[in-house]
Design a binder for this molecule. Sequence first.
Ligand SMILES: Cc1ncc(COP(=O)(O)O)c(C=O)c1O
Length: 389
Amino acid sequence: MEEFYRIKRLPPYVFNIVNEQKHQARVRGEDIVDFGMGNPDLPTPQHIVDKLISAARDPRNHRYSVSRGIHKLRAAMSDWYDRRYGVSLDPDSEVVATIGSKEGISHLILAVTAPGDVVMVPDPCYPIHFYSAVISNADVRSVPILGDEDEFLARIERAVKDVWPRPKMLILNYPNNPTTGTVELGFFEKVVALAREYELLVVHDLAYADLVFDGYKAPSILEIPGAKDMCVEIFTLSKSYNMPGWRVGFVVGNPRMVGALVRIKSYLDYGMFQPIQIASIIALNGPDDCVRDTVEAYRSRRDVLVDGLNRIGWKVSKPKATMFVWAPIPEQFREMGSLDFSLMVLEKTKVAVAPGIGFGEGGDGFVRYALVENEHRTRQAIRSLRTLF
Ligand SMILES: Cc1ncc(COP(=O)(O)O)c(C=O)c1O
């Protein structure tokens, strides 16, 4: 029987091949040090959990909530932008709460594109940026991201000018998953100018806004005057507050795009469980020392991993942001490609990494380490990886 139309366009996740091997190894009783998935391992801060529990005891919070998120939650997001970036957002027309940012991105793209619209997506990228456009029947154009930001921008500009019909949307993500690349505000200034000239919608994923090191500060595209005319930004509580399982995200900025997402979501869901929304207000309003502790934990793990890899002869550089290390495959193994290399590393060293090809063809020369193992386990992994060299 023929496969369903949309399902046919969604290939099995490459990561599942490594996950299956990992599972088999664990069934055999092997201890796998697992840097494979960017699934934060640290606990949600206690004051947020406490608020969830007390709000869950109140029967008024057991009813259907509102799909776009309760007003106080949207106001807390708006205040967060004001405090951090000096960006003012109207909680009613420029902020929508989503069931994690993954849901927000996918339904946003479904809401604002027509079948066949050209959507430009960096290669490599977080897979949902690519596949949400695929699910929406958009025409996805991959733009190689590796190299410096100006080269990337030049490629985008070329695509905007040469591709017909003219691209409708550009998806960006800085600090970047998987490459850990970062930009300064000047980059967004150029993006906004380009978007204005070519009537391009821009979707910027700011998931790693808080996970920054060594004095780096991640800019928001909405800091550029007039950016709201064509840009939205996406934020999530998953990473900053260790709340991945809670599913809380936001799409903010351009009121037309936010309004379209609000409309489509009103047909699809009744909003998050209200105690989760109430606890999320507490998270956003602070205190922020829990965020600083999380950043410190990732920084320390990053240093142990990167210093350790360099010591055993695997040359990698230290990322300024994110919870990842994007490691070029060592020269002597590069021919294998990232999938076979990852499978070989798993088999020989019991260390799991994500093959770069899972993020797009442009990622095939790399593997991604997610900093979700503690320092002790990371040192154990380094000792084991040493045997490859
Ligand atoms: C760039 C990026 N955006 C979004 C997400 C998903 O976040 P959420 O938990 O809010 O769906 C991730 C998760 O790894 C990510 O790396």
